[in-house]
Design a protein around this ligand. Structure first.
Ligand code: UD1
Length: 364
């Protein structure tokens, strides 16, 4: 009988990690039967449908339709609804990517039902427990059976926590699989995107972390910095709905500061690839800019992706107007520093995931 695998996605950064795995399972003729469950954590078309479409993900078999809410409510809703869906899908394995609330909720349900879990992007640690994602990462790694890591430091973190080496497989970065495959399609979008943004020398901005956008005082610091930066160079800011719903509604477009709706995967990839620098608080963008060689300034106190600093183009920036302005202006002027693409960020991580899955499944 075919081994039944349920992949659970919920939020924007999940799709580009699961798409390559689903493609590879299909292409490699594994005999696995796969199912896609969308929790509905992200429900806006701009944060979900566009991505499924552009990444070539199939229509989800089920959408749990949980929507927004407090962390407790959102997590509990996903758990309750996913638990019911398990009876229909009867998965032998559950695959969860990343560190969002959907990741934790699905992993908890599966483990309590005695279904083994594979965690994609295991082992990352910011060591900042005020980030909800850090709590999710710690818990999901603790209960998962197969820990698929994107970088060597992630494996080191897990071993330092006492995780048995046999549960860990260093497979590389799945987000980069999607980037490598779709960069040509993204480049084809550049002329139309350039017409929309009306510039080819700009800083791209994305911000949505609670610490930066929920507190009006923090956002005021950022807002002042963006206005200052826009005196020298165009600023293009596709705004996450969370940011708009919180402090971001205050921020108005001006001649050199363009606030846009969130972009799809291909457009945003093109926006990054052509930017003079990127200012962000995202996790995945730190990785994509490293691969693209575009300077990245990360508005956070810590990163769970240290190779983007040690080998890539990333730099942490404190939440102070002058520091942000100085870092951006230095990055825009700077000669591109010699960077290395981190080990196994080669577009072939999904192949190694499938090998890892086949090997653990054959032993179970
Ligand atoms: C979630 C993830 C975060 C990830 C981000 C990427 C958690 C804890 N956080 O944060 O790690 O970097 O996704 O986008 O899982 N909203 C909409 N439409 C939507 C979804 C959200 O308008 O489709 C707005 C709502 O105001 C909602 C808010 O965004 O209350 C927060 O959404 P939520 O899914 O809780 O977290 P994100 O901030 O998107």
């Amino acid at each position: 009988m075919a081994v039944r695998i349920a992949h659970v996605v919920g939020a924007r950064p999940n799709y580009m990690k699961i798409a390559p795995i689903m493609r590879e399972i299909e292409a490699a003729g594994t005999g696995f039967e796969q199912f896609l469950v969308h929790t509905g954590q992200h429900y806006d078309s701009a944060l979900s449908d566009v991505f499924l479409d552009e990444l070539g993900l199939p229509e989800p078999n089920v959408n749990l339709g949980v929507g927004s809410g407090s962390h407790a409510k959102q997590t509990a809703e996903i758990m309750t609804r996913f638990d019911e869906v398990i009876d229909d899908i009867r998965p032998d394995w559950v695959v969860v990517p990343g560190d969002v609330n959907s990741t934790l909720a699905a992993a908890l349900v599966a483990v309590k039902r005695g279904i083994p879990v594979a965690h994609v992007e295991a082992g990352l640690r910011s060591r900042d427990l005020t980030m909800p994602e850090e709590v999710n990462r710690l818990l999901v790694d603790r209960i998962s059976d197969l820990l698929l890591t994107p970088s060597r430091d992630a494996g080191d973190n897990l071993r330092a926590e006492g995780v048995d080496d046999r549960r860990i497989r260093f497979v590389g970065n799945l987000m980069i699989d999607s980037l490598v495959r779709l960069l040509p399609a993204a480049e084809a979008r550049w002329p139309a995107l350039q017409e929309l943004i009306r510039t080819d020398r700009y800083v791209a901005v994305t911000l949505h972390r609670p610490r930066n956008v929920d507190d009006p005082q923090s956002f005021a610091v950022i807002q002042a910095a963006l206005h200052e930066i826009a005196k020298d160079i165009d600023v293009v800011f596709p705004m996450h709905p969370r940011t708009r719903a919180r402090s971001g509604a205050e921020l108005r477009s001006s001649k050199r500061l363009r606030i846009l709706e969130p972009l799809g995967y291909l457009d945003f990839l093109a926006l990054q690839a052509h930017a003079s620098a990127v200012l962000t608080d995202s996790g995945g963008i730190q990785e994509e800019t490293t691969w693209l060689g575009v300077p990245c300034l990360t508005l956070r106190q810590a990163t769970e992706r240290p190779v983007t600093i040690s080998e890539g183009t990333n730099q942490l920036v404190p939440l102070e107007t002058a520091a942000i302005v100085a870092a951006v202006s230095e990055a825009v002027e700077r000669e591109r520093k010699t960077m290395r693409v981190p080990e196994l960020w080669d577009g072939r991580a999904a192949e190694r995931v499938v090998v890892a899955l086949q090997s653990v499944i054959s032993k179970s």
